[in-house]
Design a protein around this ligand. Structure first.
Ligand SMILES: [Zn+2]
Length: 319
């Protein structure tokens, strides 16, 4: 049995994942760190939240930490196997979370007093990029099961991604890589959080989609994402809304067709809140891609993520 953890900009989700990839139970806690400037306090909040959630989940099923063989943690940014790195939303430059958790859960002479119960086994603790984790979960257990060459694009706050060729996740040595969100599609375009202009995610992320919907479709500033979805779905036949969707999908098509030209995938799976719009987006997107793909005989199946918000937790225990 494993523990999977998904750390986002404003929440931490923790789950017990069985060896067959099934999520037995999960707990989600909101963490509001936006106003906290001291990095040490943010780090303490993260560690304490994880520790509490693991305890709650194990107690619920009468399990102990001895039943756990692995703790996998999905995090944004460019993590190493042990450290969170460069996560602006959490104010973290580098934080060795695996070491902190190892001191709590893996017994050694220095930390023996901190351990509540006698721990027999050494637990493997590993961090990975959240987009890659979600992609691995979709590939193993979700929408991409059965495809060898495929891409996962998590269209949410930014654009996260994972690439599989010959059934295997492509991994780079230096950084997690495959930063498709920061592929430039317009050199004089919208300013991105990374400091460059015209990155794919400044057009394609669902965060920017919502911001533009508020501006261009005159929606209230405090509108909830679900209300935007309902509005778009209900009014997609109206000229103004239809034009708005068309402009958005045109930019998505430019980025996605670049990826098709490079990787020739059999399937592309869309995660993040993009997946809640599959009935509105996928068909016109497929049509637009025809215009941009290089090999006109390319056949790509566009699919929506299956595991939704659980993908990060499940994939973190697999990667
Ligand atoms: Zn960028």
């Amino acid at each position: 049995m494993k523990i999977g953890i998904d750390i986002g900009g404003s929440h931490i989700a923790t789950g017990i994942v069985l060896n067959n990839g099934k999520l037995l139970a999960k707990e989600t806690r909101d963490i509001d760190v936006s106003s906290i400037k001291e990095v040490e306090r943010v780090e303490t909040i993260i560690v304490d939240t994880i520790q509490n959630e693991i305890k709650t989940l194990l107690n619920r099923y009468d399990y102990t930490i001895n039943d756990i063989t692995r703790i996998g943690i999905a995090v944004p940014g460019s993590p190493t196997d042990t450290s969170i790195r460069n996560v602006v939303n959490l104010h973290i430059k580098e934080f060795n979370l695996a070491k902190e958790l190892s001191e709590i859960y893996n017994i050694n002479s220095e930390t023996v007093e901190r351990v509540d119960k006698c721990i027999k086994n050494q637990i493997e603790i590993k961090l990975a990029n959240d987009g890659k984790c979600a992609g691995v979960a979709e590939k193993e257990y979700g929408a991409l099961k059965g495809y060898d060459d495929c891409l996962f694009l998590c269209m949410g706050t930014g654009v996260g991604s994972a690439v599989f060729l010959g059934g295997k996740l492509l991994k780079a040595k230096q950084n997690p890589g495959f930063e498709f969100g920061h592929m430039i599609i317009d050199k004089d375009g919208t300013l991105c959080n990374c400091g460059k202009k015209g990155c794919f995610e400044t057009y394609a992320s669902m965060k920017r989609f919502k911001v533009r919907a508020i501006e261009e479709l005159d929606l209230p500033k405090d509108v909830q994402s679900e209300e935007v979805q309902n509005f778009i779905r209900k009014n997609s036949h109206k000229t103004k809304v239809n034009k708005f969707i068309d402009k958005y999908l045109e930019n998505v098509a430019i980025g996605v067709s670049n990826l098709i030209n490079i990787f020739e995938p059999e399937a592309i799976c869309f995660g993040g809140s993009f997946s809640y719009y599959d009935d509105v987006f996928l068909e016109p997107l497929a049509e637009k891609l025809k215009k941009y793909v290089f090999n006109k005989n390319t056949k790509v199946t566009l699919i929506s993520a299956k595991l939704k918000n659980d993908a990060g937790i499940i994939g973190a225990t697999e990667i």
